[in-house]
Design a protein. Structure first.
Length: 207
């Protein structure tokens, strides 16, 4: 119908600490039919060669964070920003506005019965006001450290530093409307996702 107003989508933020299993949980929601907007994916896209953000990062942090192929050396950059609070804030000032703008653009274009917006650092993000509900993926810190070491080839010391630079588990859980316990295996996690999917479908109809 011409001139009809599009219904506002029901949006759910999916957050959690580093290596808590957000991507795995997002994939499970996708299998259920939810639209997924992943700010981690967007964050990688905005620093591709030729993008303005990469030039700003090079200007702020130097050539050492640029790999031989011209791409961002993420490991080198992590070592800097997780050891220096000011450096981390400078990086966030470069990336977060771009990530936020692209997230909103994708969310406006996305289909599906509801949207899952994956946001690793939701605590201080303006995107917190953009969503209807917050789901936190939670798991034990020792498991997260092991995952970071395996996934990113980091030392235990660096993995602990990365966890320490993020909001504590208690702070994440405190802002959650729903918590997914990702300590107990994939089938237990999938069962929790399916239950939430049914709930979100009902909520989306009332949105």
């Amino acid at each position: 119908m011409a001139g009809a107003t599009r219904k506002k989508p029901f949006r759910v933020a999916l957050t959690g600490g580093i290596a808590s299993g957000k991507s795995t949980v997002a994939d499970m929601f996708a299998e259920c039919g939810a639209a997924i907007i992943d700010t981690d994916v967007i964050a990688r896209e905005v620093v591709e060669p030729g993008q303005p953000a990469l030039g700003q990062i090079r200007e702020r942090f130097g050539k050492s964070v640029i790999a031989a192929d011209g791409k961002l050396d993420r490991r080198a950059l992590r070592k800097i920003v997780f050891a220096d609070e000011d450096a981390r804030r400078d990086l966030e000032a470069i990336l977060h506005p771009r990530i936020g703008a692209e997230t909103r653009r994708q969310a406006e274009d996305a289909d599906g019965p509801y949207q899952i917006i994956v946001v690793p650092l939701l605590v201080d993000s303006p995107l917190r006001e953009f969503v209807n509900r917050i789901v936190v993926v939670d798991c034990d810190d020792s498991l997260r450290i092991r995952r970071v070491m395996a996934r990113d080839s980091e030392t235990a010391e660096q993995a602990r530093r990365m966890l320490a630079a993020q909001p504590a588990r208690d702070a994440l859980i405190a802002m959650a409307d729903d918590v997914i316990d990702n300590d107990r295996g994939l089938e237990q996690t999938r069962s929790q996702v399916r239950a939430l999917h049914k709930r979100f479908l009902r909520m989306a109809k009332r949105c």
